[in-house]
Design a binder for this molecule. Structure first.
Ligand code: C2E
Ligand code: MG
Ligand code: MG
Length: 713
């Protein structure tokens, strides 16, 4: 059985007081014993001394009186008178001997009738310690007092009276008196002990009362507080700890009440953290999921509809990379504010009936989602998408820097597109991904066909990650020839993916997908590294003036970090000036013309040549061509294949003429026939590559080609 704190402490207190009381009592009794013993001893000693002195005084008085009475009789040798006087002494008390000796120490009388000792030396009859002579002396030896008293006539001593009076009676008196003293002392001790026991009993009673009082006054409220704590722990958040008291228990109850407040506060903070995104203070993914689930149920019950808009910022990573994460965070906060403002202003959304119910949340990174319950027409949702797109494109000024950012939005509608909360979110995400695929910026409404396309891409991206890690990639090299003499002047590095199950996957089937992901950076670096290594370690040894072209994806240029990494690789291999050519497609170069100019100049300064790939398919501005550090144009193979038509032939001629006017080289790709080669040569095109010369080759066969005689047309 559990004993309560009150009982335990009460008992403990009573026990402590009892133990202390009994201890104190025993100690006092011990002292009392010793004290009474000592007082009895002292009393006995003093009594004995007083009685002894008195006896001696009495005995001396008696003998001196006797001696003064005897003088005349001794002087006259009146033996019968002497005997009478001496006998009178014996009657007075217990007398051991009475002798009268003359000045020679001889006995004159011994107090008896017979006088047997008459004339004998008194010394023989007295104890050895008794001084002999004519002077008075008193000695206590054994139970007798031995007194020698001079008998004088005038001032002259002529005889001595020797008396030994018993002391026994006095000793009995002393014993009796001492006994009575001890008895009195014992009685006194008993009385004191009884009094002390009574006091202890009283103390015990008092301690019991005190324990009871404590349990009532102190422990009862503590018990009550413990009960409140239990109730609070069991989930009763309304419990009040406050007790109206001014003492320490009152303080304790106040402290518990404060603690309750603090717990409530931190609990709400925990809940906030669990449900709110700490950066933007928007609902987080968890809250979004819960909200979406309940909105789906609400929509079902009310036979209503619900729209979900998935918003992803375009190239947000660049902001982080170039301006740092703090600026990136600020941009996200500003985006959240802008979107919230949009949702809470009736002006911007006049058609939405229940603005309060629109939910905006941040799922993570640069991903935001909006829930639009009870929308009336899809058109309204599309209007909102356009509004969001436009608002976000208004630009952000952070720390005096201006950022232009666009967004890709994906939309799905419930119940048009049925599914769980998770599936609906995925649909909106897929629609957003479709926007990214088609060049970003804008919105798309989800439809089922998007699934296969997106899923295929997603699977491809996952497999490509593995390909990068497991060396499934390699390079082929397609030779480039001087069209005037047929000599091999270089090659273009072309990426190959040897998939373990699907076999060889051509770059056109995966590079465009990878370009839409951040994997384009590691891919570009891998190709460049591999090509530079092949050139410096294998090719230059055989062909010191060999030019190697490497394709750089326009998407890779969007990653700020690539600028430095490419420069590092170029420096690392320390290749001869201008023998590494970087090919960038016309379309991607023109898309990023302003931002990529710096990068191209940097690479150019590092010793590379910059070529525009697939030239003719994009829309190059002559001005840009003039201002960018371009070394060559690569005519797209679509023109070459249809070179026989007048129109295409004119385009090629124009491109070649443009090249020569800008004083840059031209190269034709995809030359398959001798006629095409001849025409290109006739047009003034300097270099060419294509199946006519060679298909793309692995490194070894390429090197073997250096020694072969090129077939000249
Ligand atoms: P591209 O840079 O224009 O490369 C030339 C493409 O034309 C190559 O296709 C090549 O095999 C093909 N070709 C060459 N001669 C002929 C010919 O006579 N007839 C025909 N029909 N085709 C010919 P490939 O290797 O399939 O590459 C396709 C595209 O993939 C490349 O076009 C390039 O845009 C991209 N690519 C290839 N490797 C890389 C790379 O390492 N990085 C990047 N970013 N893209 C690459
Ligand atoms: Mg190329
Ligand atoms: Mg090309």
């Amino acid at each position: 059985m559990k004993s309560s704190l009150a009982k335990r402490y009460g008992l403990l207190l009573a026990l402590s007081i009892t133990v202390i009381g009994i201890g104190e009592l025993l100690l006092n009794l011990h002292y009392l014993d010793r004290y009474s013993e000592r007082s009895v001893q002292t009393g006995q000693k003093q009594l004995t001394s007083v009685i002894e002195q008195q006896i001696i005084r009495d005995a001396e008085l008696v003998t001196s009186t006797l001696a003064s009475s005897l003088d005349i009789y001794v002087y006259n040798s009146d033996f019968s008178a002497i005997q009478e006087l001496l006998e009178s002494l014996s009657i007075e008390g217990d007398v051991l001997y009475t002798y009268i000796s003359d000045s020679d120490g001889l006995i004159v009388h011994d107090g008896s009738n017979e006088l047997n000792s008459y004339g004998k030396a008194v010394a023989e009859y007295l104890p050895a310690d008794i001084p002999l002579g004519m002077t008075p002396s008193t000695r206590k030896i054994g139970p007798y007092v031995h007194i020698a008293q001079p008998i004088q006539s005038g001032n002259q001593t002529f005889a001595m009276l020797h008396v030994a009076i018993s002391y026994t009676q006095a000793e009995e008196d002393i014993q009796r008196l001492t006994q009575s003293l001890a008895d009195n002392s014992d009685q006194l001790r008993d009385n004191i002990s009884h009094t002390m026991f009574s006091v202890i009993l009283l103390l015990l009673c008092l301690s019991a009362v005190l324990a009871f009082f404590l349990s009532q006054r102190l422990l009862k409220p503590l018990k009550q507080l413990a009960e409140y704590c239990r109730q609070y722990a069991d989930g009763d958040k309304k419990v009040q700890f406050t007790l109206e008291r001014d003492d320490e228990i009152g303080q304790l109850s106040d402290a518990l009440e404060d603690m309750k407040g603090a717990i409530a506060k931190s609990q709400s903070q925990i809940e906030e953290l669990a449900y709110l995104d700490p950066l933007t203070h928007l609902p987080n993914r968890r809250m979004f999921n819960e909200e979406l689930n309940s909105l789906i149920a609400w929509t079902d019950r009310n036979d209503d509809q619900l729209a979900i808009i998935f918003i992803d910022l375009d190239h947000f990573k660049d902001v982080n990379d170039t301006a740092g994460h703090d600026v990136g965070d600020q941009l996200l906060k500003m985006t959240a504010d802008r979107l919230s403002l949009l949702l809470h202003s009736q002006d911007s959304l006049p058609d939405f009936p229940v603005l309060g119910d629109l939910l905006l949340s941040r799922l993570g990174g640069d991903e935001f989602v909006m829930l639009l319950p009870a929308y009336r027409h899809k058109k309204e949702v599309e209007n909102l998408c356009r509004l969001i797109r436009d608002r976000l494109e208004e630009g952000f000024v952070i720390d005096e820097h201006r950022f232009h950012i666009s967004a890709s939005l994906g939309v799905t509608f419930y119940p048009d597109n049925a599914g769980s909360a998770q599936e609906l979110l995925k649909q909106a995400d897929i629609a957003m991904y479709a926007v990214k695929n088609s060049g970003r910026r804008g919105y798309q409404l989800y439809h089922r066909e998007m699934d296969t396309e997106v899923n295929r891409d997603i699977a491809l991206i996952q497999q490509f990650r593995i390909a990068l890690e497991q060396d499934q990639l390699y390079l082929d090299y397609q030779p480039i020839h001087d069209l005037s003499n047929g000599s091999l002047v270089g090659a273009e590095a072309l990426l190959r993916w040897q998939h373990p199950e699907r076999g060889l996957i051509p770059p056109d089937d995966f590079v465009p997908v990878i370009e839409k992901t951040e994997l384009i950076t590691p891919l570009t670096l891998w190709v460049l590294n591999q090509a530079c290594n092949d050139l410096s370690s294998h090719i230059l040894f055989h062909h010191p003036r060999f030019n190697l072209s490497v394709n750089i994806s326009g998407a890779a240029l969007e990653d700020e970090s690539i600028r430095e990494k490419v420069s590092q690789i170029i420096k690392f291999y320390n290749l001869p000036e201008r023998q590494l050519h970087l090919e960038i497609t016309e379309t991607s170069m023109m898309e990023n013309v302003e931002s990529c100019a710096d990068i191209l100049y940097e690479w150019k300064n590092a010793g590379t040549d910059i070529w525009i790939d697939d030239f003719g398919t994009g829309y190059s501005s002559l001005n840009y061509l003039h201002n960018l550090p371009i070394d060559g144009l690569k005519v797209d193979r679509s023109f070459i294949s249809s070179i026989s038509t007048d129109q295409q032939s004119q385009i090629i001629e124009t491109i070649v003429a443009l090249g020569s006017s800008l004083e840059i080289k031209t190269i034709a790709e995809g030359i398959e026939t001798e006629i095409q080669r001849q025409r290109l040569q006739a047009m003034g095109c300097r270099y060419g590559q294509g199946n006519l010369f060679s298909r793309p080759l692995p490194l070894r066969p390429l090197i073997r080609k250096f020694n072969q005689k090129i077939v000249n047309a």
